[in-house]
Design a protein around this ligand. Structure first.
Ligand code: SIN
Length: 319
C-alpha cells in the first residue's frame, strides 16, 4: 500500500443491497444475488482509500444464523488485526442489521470502525439506494473519528446499541430513537453529532466461535387478552424434545409501556423462573428503553427485545 493510503475491507453478506429484480416475479426481487465486488462498481471511494473485498455470505438477512455470524466474526477479527486496515464496511440486509450490529459491538468492541450498510431497493432498481449508502459507509469507515460498530443508511450514522429498523419500506428505514443519530453524511462529507464511544466487550468472542449453538432464548410479547399457555408450552422440556430442539434457557418478556406484563403472562413467567429459566424484561415500545432497577422480579434490560435476546444468550453461554 502506498504511504498515506488507508485500507477499508468490504465484507459482503447479502441483503437487498445485493438483490436483483431481474428474473424475479413482477414487482418482486430476490435478495443476496449480486457479488460484493460488483456492488462497488462505480461507487465513489474517498480519496486516499484502497478497498479490498471479501464475500463472507450471500443471504437474505431474515435467515441470519450462528454459522454466518461466526464467519463474519472471524473475517472481522482477521482484518481488524492488520495494521494497515483503517476500518471495515459490511453490506447486510436491513431486516436483521440491528442484531448483527449489536452482536459485533458486544463481542469485538473494535477501536477501528466497523460500518454496516444496506439498501431498501435492489441493486438493479433504476433508483437503487445501495450505491449511495455504500459510498457513505466508506466515507464513515475512513473517517478518523469513526470507532466501534456503526450503521449507515440514507445519509444517517447510527450507533450499534440503538439502531433499529423502524419502517418496512421507506428508504430512510432506520432510527435510533431518543439516543439520537451519531452523525450524517452529506455529499460524501461526514458530520458528527456526537463522539463514538466503544464500551468494553460483553462476552468472549472465542466462546461464540466455539459454540455449536447459542443457548435457546425466546421472546414473548405481552398484549391485551393474553394467556400464559404459549409461555408454558415454550418452556416445557418435553415439547422441546418432541420438536428436536434444545430446551428454552431464557425468555425475554417484551412488556407493555414501562415493561408491565399481563397478569397471565406474569404468572406463567413466575412458573418458568421457578423451573430455572432466566427471565429478562424489556418493552415492546419502539423507543424509551427500560432502566434496570434493583429488586425487580424480572430484571429489565435497556435494549430492544431482539437485542435483549442476544444479550441473554451471550450471558447464558458463559454459564
Ligand atoms: C434482507 O434483510 O436481507 C432483505 C431485506 C433488506 O435487505 O431490505
Amino acid at each position: 500500500m502506498q504511504a498515506g493510503t488507508q485500507k477499508i475491507v468490504v465484507l459482503g453478506t447479502g441483503g437487498t443491497i445485493a438483490g436483483l429484480a431481474q428474473g424475479a416475479a413482477p414487482g418482486r426481487y430476490r435478495a443476496a444475488q449480486k457479488p460484493v465486488d460488483e456492488l462497488l462498481a462505480g461507487v465513489v471511494v474517498p480519496p486516499g482509500v484502497t478497498v479490498q473485498v471479501e464475500q463472507v455470505a450471500q443471504i437474505d438477512s431474515k435467515d441470519m444464523d450462528l454459522a454466518v455470524w461466526q464467519a463474519l466474526l472471524k473475517a472481522c477479527r482477521v482484518h481488524l488485526a492488520q495494521a494497515d486496515v483503517q476500518g471495515l464496511v459490511i453490506t447486510h440486509g436491513t431486516d436483521t442489521l440491528e442484531e448483527t450490529a449489536w452482536l459485533l459491538q458486544a463481542l469485538l468492541a473494535p477501536r477501528q470502525s466497523v460500518v454496516l450498510t444496506c439498501a431498501m431497493r435492489p441493486a438493479d432498481a433504476p433508483d437503487a439506494d445501495g450505491p449511495r449508502n455504500l459510498a457513505d459507509a466508506l466515507a464513515v469507515a475512513a473517517d478518523p473519528k469513526a470507532q466501534g460498530v456503526l450503521a449507515v443508511c440514507a445519509g444517517r450514522i447510527l450507533g450499534a446499541q440503538s439502531v433499529q429498523k423502524l419502517h418496512s419500506s421507506r428508504l430512510d428505514a432506520f432510527g435510533s430513537g431518543e439516543a439520537g443519530d451519531m452523525g450524517r453524511v452529506r455529499q460524501g462529507q461526514v458530520q458528527w453529532l456526537r463522539a463514538c464511544v466503544v464500551p468494553a466487550p460483553l462476552a468472549s468472542v472465542e466462546a461464540v466461535l466455539a459454540a455449536s449453538a447459542l443457548p435457546r432464548v425466546e421472546i414473548v410479547l405481552s398484549h391485551a387478552a393474553a394467556s400464559g399457555a404459549h409461555l408454558d408450552a415454550l418452556v416445557d422440556p418435553d415439547t422441546a424434545a418432541r420438536h428436536g430442539v434444545a430446551p428454552v434457557r431464557g425468555l425475554v418478556l417484551a412488556g407493555t409501556g414501562g415493561g408491565t406484563l399481563h397478569h397471565e403472562i406474569e404468572a406463567a413467567a413466575r412458573r418458568a423462573q421457578a423451573a430455572g429459566v432466566r427471565i429478562v424484561r424489556t418493552t415492546r415500545c419502539a423507543d424509551g428503553w427500560l432502566q434496570p432497577r434493583a429488586g425487580d422480579e424480572f430484571p429489565a434490560l435497556p435494549l430492544s427485545p431482539v437485542k435483549a435476546r442476544l444479550a441473554l444468550m451471550l450471558d447464558l453461554l458463559g454459564r
